[in-house]
Design a protein around this ligand. Structure first.
Ligand code: UD1
Ligand code: CA
Length: 455
């Protein structure tokens, strides 16, 4: 079977009350349309055709990719008209229609649906709801065979009582599509060309309609307003939390945990409340993450510990290393095994060797720090002269006294020591002591100033 996928995304979404096109509104950090495209790609179709209209330029700009064919629908004359716009680009034998504002559809559900379609049969995804108001209703004959879809606004009272609704997602044989599209009319309550009318046409042409249902009704839920968007977000997060727990993660509270990207986890991982994982995050076995951490595009190796209120972006934490509370690891930070980063420490483009420590109130930027080197509290790498950035290179077993300024470019050899409060502007050789501060003077008989008495 060869497959073309058509994603309908031209609608306006007035109820979002937003300048942003509806399908660009985010769920879990990705646009709704982005989620649909992601699922579509997993089906490895020969083409993905995205029908755009409202906000078309912004949608195209945001999502442009080599494997996407954007199709313009200038006027939104209905779902049938939308699919017809993509018709000239379709060459596969099967067409799958998805909605750009129905982001949580599962690939497994689509695979089941595609299992039902062939040249004699359509696959239709339906959903049975307590309140199907607004949905097209699935009309079945006495034998239970689907004969038509009737839109809510065109339905009789008896048809409105049907609980089985049309999700809008369907798979059809492409060979018939052009002919059916040609037969659509807009003679209905909304004056639109309904894609749903192809069901009755297919039946009258002797094709069968096979239905499937999603595992969970939220898979086929669209977002028309921000409240529904929030419901989709919560459902997505609930699903992600469940997936991670199934793989061996303890979440202190699955309702206070957010994933906005792709997360890979090992076993016996512990994640406390209010943690946000963004981008690509890899978490190996026995990692612990404290409360209120934001962790983006980061790898946490076995046994790494991230303590409360830390912010990590583009970092690698080695085996058994720890950071925080209140640590900030910026892009290019690499902590080797057992390295320690304490509170109010910021690292950027910095490598801490095995067992190296920066315990308190420190900034290390563009720095190479050797194994077991200790960075005293309040140490700052002065890596920027206002125009250019320079590197600070420290050997192994170096001891940097507290409140030091390391003015880059500067190198300090292995085993060297710097006195507290030093401003280090010149290289220090291995094992030397460097002191770069004013010598202390003690003055005898010093009198403190006294308050001048007012007369
Ligand atoms: C549609 C279905 C209905 C189904 C419901 C599920 C039809 C006629 N009706 O109704 O049976 O129960 O979805 O939510 O198909 N779109 C375009 N161009 C258009 C019109 C729509 O791209 O000209 C897109 C919209 O952006 C949206 C999707 O198609 O993503 C569905 O459109 P919408 O107006 O929401 O359809 P409904 O009337 O809800
Ligand atoms: Ca709709």
């Amino acid at each position: 079977m060869s497959l073309d996928i058509v994603i309908l995304a031209a609608g306006q979404g007035t109820r979002m009350r937003s300048a942003l096109p509806k399908v660009l509104h985010p769920v879990a950090g990705n646009s709704m349309l982005g989620h649909v495209i992601h699922s579509a790609r997993q089906l490895q179709p020969q083409g993905i055709h995205v029908v755009i209209g409202h906000g078309a330029e912004r949608v195209r700009e945001r999502l442009a990719a080599d494997d996407l064919n954007f199709v313009m629908q200038d006027k939104q004359l209905g779902t049938g008209h939308a699919v017809a716009q993509a018709l000239p680009a379709i060459s596969a034998d099967t067409v799958l229609v998805l909605y750009g504002d129905v982001p949580l559809i599962e690939v497994e559900t689509l695979e089941r649906l595609l299992g039902k379609v062939n040249d004699q049969q359509l696959g239709l995804l339906t959903v049975t709801l307590d309140d199907p108001t607004g949905y097209g209703r699935i009309v079945r004959d006495d034998e239970g065979q689907v004969t038509a879809i009737v839109e809510h606004k065109d339905a009789s009272e008896a048809q409105k009582a049907i609980k089985e609704g049309n999700t809008g997602i369907l798979a059809l044989p492409a060979a018939r599509l052009a002919e059916w599209m040609g037969r659509l009319s807009n003679n209905n309550a909304q004056g639109e060309y309904y894609l749903t009318d192809v069901i009755a046409m297919a039946v009258s042409d002797g094709l069968a309609i096979a239905t499937e249902q999603p595992y969970h009704p939220m898979e086929v839920q669209g977002a028309n307003d921000r409240r529904q968007l929030a419901e989709l977000e919560r459902h997505y997060q609930f699903r992600e939390a469940g997936r991670l727990m199934a793989q061996g993660v303890t979440l202190r509270d699955p309702a206070r945990f957010d994933v906005r990207g792709q997360v890979t986890v090992g076993r016996d991982v512990l994640i406390d409340i209010n943690v946000i994982l963004e981008g690509t995050v890899i978490i190996e076995d026995n990692v612990q993450i404290g409360p209120n951490c934001v962790i983006k595009d980061t790898t946490l190796r076995t046994g790494a510990v991230v303590k409360a209120n830390s912010h990590l972006d583009g970092a690698v934490m080695g085996e058994g290393s720890d950071a925080g509370p209140f640590a900030r690891l910026r892009p290019g930070t690499v902590l080797d095994a057992k390295a320690h980063v304490g509170n109010f420490v910021e690292l950027k483009n910095a490598h801490l060797g095995e067992g190296a420590k920066a315990g308190h109130l420190t900034y290390l930027g563009d720095a190479e720090i050797g194994a077991r080197t200790n960075i005293g509290a309040g140490t700052i790498t002065c890596n920027y002269d206002g125009a250019n950035k320079f590197r600070t290179v420290l050997g192994e077993d170096v001891f940097i006294g507290s409140n030091s300024s390391l003015v880059a470019p500067v190198e300090i050899g292995s085993g060297a020591t710097t006195g507290a409060g030093s401003t280090i502007t010149q290289n220090v050789d291995a094992a030397q002591l460097a002191v770069g501060r004013a010598r202390q003077r003690n003055i005898d008989g010093w009198k403190r100033p006294e308050k001048i008495k007012k007369s």
